[in-house]
Design a protein around this ligand. Sequence first.
Ligand SMILES: Cc1cc2nc3c(=O)[nH]c(=O)nc-3n(C[C@H](O)[C@H](O)[C@H](O)COP(=O)(O)OP(=O)(O)OC[C@H]3O[C@@H](n4cnc5c(N)ncnc54)[C@H](O)[C@@H]3O)c2cc1C
Length: 333
Amino acid sequence: MYKSINKKHVKLVTNLLQRFQSTLVVAEHTNDKLTPITLNVISAARKLGDEVSCLVAGTNCAKVVGEISKVQGVKKVLVAQHDAYKGLLPEELTPLILATQKQFQFTHICAGASAFGKNLLPRVAAKLDVAPISDIIEIKSPDTFVRTIYAGNALSTVKCSESVKVFSVRGTSFEAALVEGGSATKEEVLPLPPAGMSEWIEQNLTKSNRPELTSAKVVVSGGRGLKSGDNFKLLYDLADKLNAAVGASRAAVDAGFVPNDMQVGQTGKIVAPELYIAVGISGAIQHLAGMKDSKTIVAINKDPDAPIFQVADYGIVADLFKVVPEMTEALKK
Ligand SMILES: Cc1cc2nc3c(=O)[nH]c(=O)nc-3n(C[C@H](O)[C@H](O)[C@H](O)COP(=O)(O)OP(=O)(O)OC[C@H]3O[C@@H](n4cnc5c(N)ncnc54)[C@H](O)[C@@H]3O)c2cc1C
């Protein structure tokens, strides 16, 4: 009896609390396009209540503003355009976020747990003198969040008593918000004079015709078992047949086989595709931390005792140099 009354009570209070929440999502984008993780962050923000605003700071970002104002669940888009926001440097964005916070008094400020969010939010939190919560995977209530610890081996539920909750969101833990159906209002925010502490000069991005690792539906990853960078060609051929992105273990990156933007795992990228094919990867916990939420996992390893088989839905105990070309050939038919 008591139990059911308590549960109802808690739900009522939670609903009531949600009505007073207002969340600012700091949008990650390239001026032309919204970075996909922003859509996952918007879904997370909606769990806190209906008042979701997005801040788009950039140089010439009308396209992104148009895109984000149609996203379902976004009520308001705050737009700040200035040359100083080139490259979305935290030194320039932080004063803007603080000024926006002063004006709108958000209860929550969040961004994706990508390089962008990891770079920006600690600075914002420090300036607000609050403790940030990083890489959340679930929102239990407006002040209670779940995040992974010990390389994903345990979950920690954190209750935050700060006046404004600053947190980053693991993209793979929340569905992407729908890009159609919304009709947010737009409001210009006056850009602040440049802080001038740092200047964005240029960025050199890896050019690839393959899908982006963190948003690909299929990922083929290679480990130390590949033995050289040249042998990754086997994986590229297979990936091209599957329209897949190619990832790697840290051992493969550290050995110089492939660049480090391909690293999957605790200190690399977190992925959760429909299909993850691990080739010549042993399955250390730090690697699993980055891919074990994949819907279907296939492992190819010549060692039947390799730990990767404990998380794999399908395992092939075989020499990768034989099996991978066979798979690619079979897909050509
Ligand atoms: C703080 C910290 C953070 C880390 N972060 C990450 C991270 O983000 N991502 C990550 O991946 N690792 C990370 N690591 C490293 C991790 O502990 C492992 O060392 C690494 O994942 C091992 O990579 P691997 O599986 O490619 O290599 P190995 O463990 O050497 O495994 C190679 C596998 O290939 C198989 N193999 C060899 N030849 C063949 C063949 N011909 N056919 C089939 N199979 C073959 C072997 O049986 C073996 O299982 C981290 C470690 C630490 C301490």
